[in-house]
Design a protein around this ligand. Structure first.
Ligand code: OGA
Ligand code: MN
Length: 286
């Protein structure tokens, strides 16, 4: 199948046109798409009229899917679909104090999906169903390019460091009631390399973001200082792409080489609903 590729920015992002994701991709096309995705970290497929089952099928070609770890966020009957939304099931606006509104605000911090799992997510795909008139963009940062741009002393310093990622660190502002006891017990803190080697490209990438709580063998202050500094470094404008959503846009990103965050919008008046599938990783990072 023929498709065109164009870069979105010099350091991150490519747009693919000419493919209809409702139809299964043949193996050769899939391999080509996968290479574009590995090279550019995020891929935008505009104007895709896909439904949830088609999104699930497409994502499954990338790898096995994760099920969403919080019952309140799952779509009824489809645990593979996470909705990034300020809308109730009937598409009315959620109340300001709805627990999911806090989750949405937490997603406004730079993060990489499921880094709080021992085997963290490989990829995520978001498909835009309802978008606000303004705001609500999603930003992505290339953490492999950011790693390459570190000075040699910093590269050396972080080479063997282990960082503890903890879901309840990044969710420290969420109401207790948002999680059941079982859900909490199921996600203990986990260890990852801070300068993680990408299993497919072999490149190192900064593996931090908002779930990263502390670095092993370092004081709290020193840990926080280094994590914050690396997150700030990785998310400089030159490594980032801001996606302004249009209905039908599908964005596939590589969680092993990217941070992302949602941007705020007028959630009390504007409606937004994006559907996400999450492709599981294949092995622990350590
Ligand atoms: C996500 C996420 C941000 C957004 O779905 O993983 O972080 O812009 N979303 O909705
Ligand atoms: Mn996310």
């Amino acid at each position: 199948m023929d498709f065109t590729v164009s870069k979105l920015t010099p350091e991150i992002g490519a747009e693919i046109r000419g493919l209809d994701l409702r139809e299964p991709l043949d193996d050769e096309t899939l391999a080509q798409v996968r290479q574009v995705w590995l090279d550019h970290v995020i891929v935008l497929f505009p104007e895709q009229e896909i439904d949830d089952d088609q999104q699930i099928e497409f994502s499954r070609r990338i790898g096995e899917l994760e099920l969403i770890n919080m019952a309140a966020l799952q779509m009824r009957g489809k645990p593979e679909i996470y909705r990034a939304t300020n809308l109730n099931d009937d598409d009315t606006l959620m109340a300001e104090d709805h627990p999911i509104m806090q989750t949405n605000r937490d997603n406004q911090r730079w993060h990489t999906d499921s880094s709080f799992k021992r085997i963290p997510a490989m990829a995520s795909a978001l498909h835009a169903r309802i978008v606000p008139d303004s705001g609500g963009e999603t930003e992505f940062a290339n953490t492999a390019a950011a790693y390459d741009a570190l000075d040699d002393d910093t590269k050396k310093r972080i080479e063997d460091l282990v960082v503890v990622h903890n879901f309840f660190w990044s969710r420290r502002d969420a109401q207790e009631v948002a999680f059941t006891e079982e859900e909490k017990a199921a996600i203990p803190p986990v260890r990852h390399p801070l300068a993680r080697i990408h299993p497919e490209t072999g490149r190192r990438a900064i593996y931090a973001g908002s779930h990263a709580e502390q670095i092993e063998g370092m004081s709290w202050e020193e840990s926080r200082d280094l994590i914050d500094r690396l997150n700030d470094h990785a998310t400089q404008a030159r490594f980032t792409y801001r996606h302004d959503w249009k209905v039908g846009d599908m964005v596939l990103w590589d969680n092993r080489a990217a941070l992302h965050r949602g941007l705020a919008f007028d959630a009390a008046h504007q409606r937004r609903r994006l559907h996400r599938t999450t492709v599981a990783g294949t092995a622990p990072t350590l």
